[in-house]
Design a protein. Structure first.
Length: 252
């Protein structure tokens, strides 16, 4: 399984590095997702046989049951991937198991529109059998994008490791030091900070320090935060800012 590194230059001019998910990882995710769909179909089929043999599924009940099965099939075929990716920030159960996630090609999390649009093309990628066109498309481009990714402007990348997640915040969860200017952060700025903090262990130390200072100075300049009123450590400052931003009622 080939893993390629991708560097994305954000609008804030802070480069972010991601590990692209290859065909192997994506097939692992697809296998579990398809298995889940198959189990649902199998359960419906067995339930239909049971009720049919018992004589319960007759007349109007049969019509309503067929309508319910049609609805479930429609939701599975067209909504399973889109709903999970929209609610789980780019992941389905299969993607979560495989440790991969869908993001925008700008490095930001996807929204509902990207989740829906990339999965509307899934039936084309699936042709003629089990993602035949999708595999060919992924082999023909360096970023392993299928047709749905091109339409939605998305990429599939590997998740950060558990070790990174454990050190996401170095500052205490409760502190007397508060930065009320965090209310002025925009959601893209908060996502940029979180992406930097989550991936900082992958970045060489000098680059990590440089990027941390650039983001901290950019946020401070826009929100008029004097350097002397913020923590001396840039990463601690960014942690406090994003934690304060996420805890505010106006965000929730």
């Amino acid at each position: 399984m080939t893993i390629d590194k991708l560097t994305i230059d954000t609008p804030e001019q802070v480069p972010l590095e991601f590990m692209l998910a290859g065909i192997g990882s994506r097939f692992m995710a697809a296998f579990l997702d398809i298995l889940i769909e198959f189990v649902v179909y199998l359960a419906l089929f067995l339930l239909t046989l049971l009720w049919w043999s018992s004589g319960w599924l007759t007349g109007s009940r049969s019509i309503w049951w067929q309508a319910l099965i049609s609805l479930v099939a429609f939701c599975l075929n067209w909504g399973y991937y889109a709903v999970f990716e929209a609610l789980w920030k780019g992941q389905t159960p299969g993607k979560r198991w495989a440790g991969i996630r869908v993001i925008k090609d700008s490095g930001r999390p996807i929204n509902v529109f990207e989740a829906i649009s990339r999965n509307l093309i899934r039936f084309v990628d699936f042709l003629p059998l089990f993602y035949g066109i999708g595999v060919i498309t992924m082999l023909l481009n360096q970023k392993h994008r299928r047709l749905g990714d091109y339409v939605a402007g998305t990429l599939v990348v590997h998740e950060s490791s558990d070790r990174e997640a454990n050190v996401f915040f170095n500052t205490p969860s409760k502190t007397e030091f508060a930065l009320h200017q965090a209310a002025g952060l925009t959601l893209p700025e908060a996502e940029l900070i979180e992406t930097f903090l989550a991936r900082r262990l992958e970045i060489p130390l000098e680059v990590r320090r440089y990027n941390g200072q650039r983001i901290a100075d950019m946020i401070s300049a826009r929100l008029n935060i004097p350097r002397e009123s913020r923590p001396a450590d840039n990463e601690n400052f960014l942690e406090l800012m994003v934690r304060e931003f996420r805890s505010r009622a106006q965000y929730r």
